[in-house]
Design a protein around this ligand. Sequence first.
Ligand SMILES: NC(=O)C1=CN([C@@H]2O[C@H](COP(=O)(O)OP(=O)(O)OC[C@H]3O[C@@H](n4cnc5c(N)ncnc54)[C@H](OP(=O)(O)O)[C@@H]3O)[C@@H](O)[C@H]2O)C=CC1
Ligand SMILES: N[C@@H](C=O)C(=O)O
Length: 263
Amino acid sequence: MSVLLQDQVICLIGASSGIGAAIAHALYRHGGKVAIGARRLNKLTELVQECTQKYPDSNGSLFPLECDVTSRESVQNFCEQTCKHFDVCSIDTVINCAGVMYFTKMKNAVMDQWDQTIDVNCRGATNCMGAVLPQMVQAKKGKVISITSDAGVRDFPNLAVYCASKRFVETLTEITRRELVGTGVTLHTIQPGDVKGTELIMKNTDMEAAETMGVSIGKPVGEGFTREQLLDPSDVADAVLTILKAPPHVAINSILIEPRDQE
Ligand SMILES: NC(=O)C1=CN([C@@H]2O[C@H](COP(=O)(O)OP(=O)(O)OC[C@H]3O[C@@H](n4cnc5c(N)ncnc54)[C@H](OP(=O)(O)O)[C@@H]3O)[C@@H](O)[C@H]2O)C=CC1
Ligand SMILES: N[C@@H](C=O)C(=O)O
């Protein structure tokens, strides 16, 4: 039984599938008190059952709660309910894993998908920071970890809006990190390359963009991919643990983690 995260109160948003679900497993396994949020409450409830069955010896705790990261009120409520549930004034760590990704060619103007990308990926990030930073600064401790993407530091054609949204979070994080130096509050990003088996591209519709990228529409990431080697969601969960395990004088500000054979 691991006690690495014992007494750590963690908010994890975007936990209902893929990478977020793998992070929830890791945090629970290591004894964290974790509020798990997303829009699909049924998936969160299933995740609680899965984790409690898989790690019967864990002294962790999972608290499933609906949360829409695009809504300021919803994120505020999620964080407040977490504090109430675990009886604390401030959250130790917030992990924002909520995200959408649509392959689109700019000339095809799939503007609803662009709007959603900006709402979830960018507004989601500011909503998370706004909900916790004042209390964290007062408590003189806290970590905000955003799951961005290698698309936040590289430019991929057919993903212009997505890359820009992830770069937004990278910039937001770096400037906030620098503003908060000395307060005890730290901000981090994890920038994964392609991670297999997640639902991220299930709702794509721009066939031309998808074909150019060699991806299958409506299937989990990796299916029909020519390159065999992809990251597993648990690899990203391990990167989260690496940040959380660092000694107090160390800040692992960002982790770029890609499949070995990704160009
Ligand atoms: N798979 C990959 O190759 C990579 C993924 N990433 C990033 O990792 C993160 C997770 O993606 P991944 O696991 O792959 O994909 P999934 O589609 O499997 O997971 C996305 C998660 O985001 C949640 N989400 C979406 N919209 C909202 C919303 N409005 N409010 C709250 N939660 C929301 C979903 O929950 P629900 O629908 O229930 O609300 C789900 O839990 C994303 O930020 C993505 O950009 C980064 C690099 C590579
Ligand atoms: N691998 C990245 C971009 O293509 C991502 O999925 O975020």
